[in-house]
Every structure is written in structure tokens, then in C-alpha cells.
Design a protein around this ligand. Structure first.
Ligand SMILES: [Zn+2]
Length: 164
């Protein structure tokens, strides 16, 4: 029995862990290709991020998780503090960023995360970390890799359903 996201259908199957890096790059490429229209900035409803804001969030997820994987390689096992997903929208000015730049950064961030993941030995993927979101829970690093792919797929959906 694998966990499955009721909203986007993503399944947390440990057998997929070796493919996570490749699939993240593929998903990010698909998402970056969406960042070309002129309807990316406005929020459709006040409480739901715009397509551009979701893309900025996904870029930052890749960058933050890359740092977390590097910390684990150093055996820095301290609790992972939340990334501040909501505060970043304002602190980093997501709504003011240029879509073409965000698309480029998204591809680079996916590549940078995938590179670190590819260099992570399989024994490290079995290490237990305390993952902060949505509730602090003990997870293997392999689960975190799958979760990163889930973030990529889920936010791709968040964007496509606003643009269609
Ligand atoms: Zn999902």
C-alpha cells in the first residue's frame, strides 16, 4: 500500500526512487514551458497563488531541498525548519518576477537538485529525517526524494488548471 495524493494522483512508490531525478527534470521542463503567456501574474482568487507564484514556489522547493540533501550528506541531522512557503511569496516578491527568468531558474533548480540526488548513496536514502510539512513526521530521505517529485507534479497541475 503506497500513499497516494487524492488531488493529483501521485503515488509514493519506493520503487520509483531511482527515477526521481529524471522525472523531476522532465516535469520542470513541462512547467517551464507554461511560463510564456500573458496571464501568469493575476491571482484567480485572492487565496490561491497565481501560476507565476506557484512556479516561484516550486523553484524554491528544489533549492531548499537541495540544501537539505547536502546537509544530510554532512550528517547534519538537525530538524529541518519549515522553508517559510507563505512568507517567501512576499519576501522574495514572487508576483513581481519575470516569467522568462523564473522559467530559466526553475530548470536550473531542478537540475541542481537532481545532481545532488544522483550523487546521494542509496544507504543515505534510508536515513531518517524529521520532515516538517504539513506536520513534523519521521521520513526516510528516499521518501523526501519522492515528495520532491510530488511537489513538481502537483504544482504543475496547480498551474495548468488555471491556464486551461
Ligand atoms: Zn498531489
Amino acid at each position: 500500500m503506497v500513499d497516494k495524493c487524492a488531488e493529483c494522483g501521485f503515488a509514493y512508490d519506493p520503487a520509483d526512487i531511482p527515477e526521481v531525478g529524471t522525472r523531476i527534470r522532465e516535469s520542470a521542463t513541462s512547467t517551464a514551458a507554461l511560463l510564456t503567456g500573458d496571464d501568469l501574474h493575476p491571482r484567480r482568487t485572492p487565496e490561491v497563488w497565481s501560476p507565476l507564484e506557484y512556479a516561484c514556489h516550486l523553484r524554491d522547493v528544489f533549492l531548499v531541498l537541495r540544501e537539505r540533501f547536502l546537509a544530510i550528506r554532512r550528517r547534519d541531522m538537525r530538524d529541518w525548519t519549515p522553508m517559510g512557503r507563505d512568507e517567501r511569496v512576499d519576501h522574495d516578491g514572487y508576483a513581481d518576477q519575470a516569467p522568462a527568468a523564473v522559467a530559466r531558474q526553475l530548470l536550473d533548480a531542478a537540475e541542481m537538485f537532481s545532481n545532488v540526488l544522483a550523487r546521494t548513496p542509496s544507504e543515505d536514502l534510508a536515513l531518517i529525517v524529521r520532515y516538517p510539512y504539513p506536520e513534523p513526521t519521521e521520513r526516510t530521505l528516499g521518501w523526501v526524494a519522492l515528495h520532491t517529485l510530488h511537489e513538481a507534479r502537483h504544482h504543475h497541475l496547480d498551474i495548468t488548471r488555471q491556464l486551461s
